[in-house]
Design a protein around this ligand. Structure first.
Ligand code: NAD
Length: 480
């Protein structure tokens, strides 16, 4: 049973929607579309708001509130995560749905933007209750045609994961017996339930690719007083959930140093580096990250955002970087893992300070990119690579043998193994994800290079996204 969100919280959430629209309006100044078309792009097309009862183990009944917002139907299906959070409200869902439209456009994923939410704190419910809430939520969406492989396809977000997505797939399947494409009604499912290898960690892996691509430019890094490359970069990560954990993991594996991790209960700091896996296990065992061996405790978690580091990764909540704390942020790069972590006022401070902000609308698009691959897999009913990976490996082997015959030199076993590979689904997914993140970054960077007055990557990203959606709306015309 949740306490209603306070007025301050509600105001903060409403600001999130205003913030997304403010970023849009600022970018729109660099576009030459008619105001009506810009309005058509910016407006949220439909919101389904509903409530339903949940029974507690003691027999008490509680009514919970839920939403699904479909921001843009310029491409179908619409796509976006489902959030379980006690603070969520309609405005937040609309803000997140709008971000999804721009995000999908940026990474060329052919979906419109959507988002869903149930206003609950999942930690206060049993697994059985969560299952019933998730199934009822799915049923409500189905009743109003807000879910379906070609209509609207949810995915995990804050407070939800593979378990909830598998429940959604099963519920939809029960309601649509015999529908061949039913599994494609939701992504982020467990692999055994039609999910795809690499989806769980895709957002964090995508964030690593985004950061690596930004750090590859020696010129851009020199402007920040940093050396090129991810190696040795000191990271502070806020949120040790799906996005934060995997971002820390993949960046550390590429040579970055995780100097601090922040969670609800506080933060821990160790300039020599933390291992996210050890911290995660420690938190699971003790219930807190505080007291982690070798690290210094920071009782007020928010202070971690102001620690000395190269890269700050907010990967928990929106509006955590504000006009109030932005001047004290020491990072040179902000890599936005969460949606909407930076308010426009904080963004302005970062721009003035010459920092590099890698914006959410691009940086955390790895999740929806791999969701797209999962959707394709579900529609085609075949694991990626299954049909031709052996044939491809055989072709590579024949080529190698031809080179050996022509040169008279035999390749070593190591060389042979590095050339001839039977590619599994995970390798295909990661390669598609890496390519998507690199191509999108370069498109955004080039847009900014062509028009430096835009001032930052976020504005360039929004301009690109607006252009991509505008073209579709112009070509489609208006029904009827
Ligand atoms: P999650 O529920 O797995 O993890 C969120 C973590 O943040 C939890 O560990 C929670 O304890 C922690 N947290 C909550 N309040 C905090 C605070 N005040 N300080 C520090 N930590 C706090 O959620 P997630 O899926 O990792 O999502 C995190 C953010 O990333 C959200 O903004 C979400 O919209 C965004 N995102 C998620 C995905 C995805 O694929 N899951 C994709 C794109 C964007």
């Amino acid at each position: 049973m949740n306490a209603p969100s306070t007025l301050v919280e509600r105001r903060r959430r409403r600001n999130f929607e205003d913030n997304v629209n403010a970023y849009f309006d600022h970018a729109a100044k660099f576009c030459s579309y008619a105001p009506g078309l810009l309005d058509q792009i910016k407006t949220c097309n439909s919101v389904y708001s509903f409530s339903f009862p949940v029974r507690h183990p003691d027999g008490a009944i509680e009514v919970v509130h839920a939403w699904r917002a479909e921001h843009s139907h310029h491409k179908l299906p619409t796509k976006g995560g489902i959030r379980f959070s006690p603070q969520v409200d309609e405005s937040e869902v609309k803000a997140l749905a709008a971000l999804m439209t721009y995000k999908c456009a940026l990474v060329d994923v052919p979906f419109g933007g959507a988002k869903g939410a149930v206003q609950i704190d999942p930690s206060r419910y049993t697994a059985d209750q969560l299952e019933r809430i998730t199934r009822r939520y799915t049923h409500e969406l189905d009743r109003k045609s807000f879910i379906g492989p070609g209509i609207d396809v949810p995915a995990p977000d804050y407070g939800t994961g593979e378990r909830e997505m598998s429940w959604i797939a099963d519920t939809y399947g029960q309601l649509h017996t015999g529908e061949l494409e039913a599994l494609a009604c939701v992504t982020g499912k467990a692999v055994s339930e039609g999910g795809i290898h690499g989806r769980r960690e895709a957002t964090g892996r995508g964030l690593m690719y985004a950061l690596a691509e930004a750090c590859r430019s020696a010129d851009d890094m020199r402007a920040l007083g940093l050396s090129a490359g991810l190696e040795g970069k000191r990271l502070v990560v806020q949120g040790l959930g799906n996005v934060g954990y995997h971002t820390a993991k993949f960046c550390r594996e590429q040579g970055a140093i995780i100097v601090a991790l922040a969670e609800r209960e506080g933060a821990i700091h160790n300039p020599k580096g933390l291992n996210e896996e050890e911290v995660f296990s420690y938190r699971k065992r003790t219930g807190s990250i505080l007291g982690f061996p070798g690290a210094t405790d920071i009782l007020d978690s928010r202070e971690a955002l102001e620690l000395e580091c190269d890269v700050l990764v907010p990967a928990a909540l929106e509006s955590v970087l504000t006009a109030e704390n932005a001047p004290r942020v020491k990072a040179k790069i902000v890599l936005e893992g969460a949606n909407g972590p930076t308010t426009p006022e904080a963004d302005e401070v970062f721009r003035t300070k010459g920092m590099l902000v890698i914006p959410d609308v691009y940086a955390n698009a790895g999740g929806v990119t791999v969701s797209y691959f999962e959707w394709l897999k579900n529609l085609s009913h075949v694991r990626l690579g299954r049909l031709d990976r052996r044939r491809q490996a055989a072709t590579e082997l024949r080529m190698l043998q031809a080179i050996e015959t022509a040169t008279g030199r035999k390749f070593s076993t190591t060389e042979r193994e590095s050339f001839v590979k039977v590619t599994d689904e995970l390798a295909i997914v990661n390669s598609g994800l890496e390519d998507t993140m690199i191509v999108a970054y370069q498109e955004i960077r080039d847009t900014l290079r062509r028009e430096p007055k835009m001032g930052d990557l976020r504005t360039a990203a929004f301009v690109l996204a607006i252009n991509k959606v505008a073209v579709v709306y112009e070509e489609l015309g208006i029904f009827p």
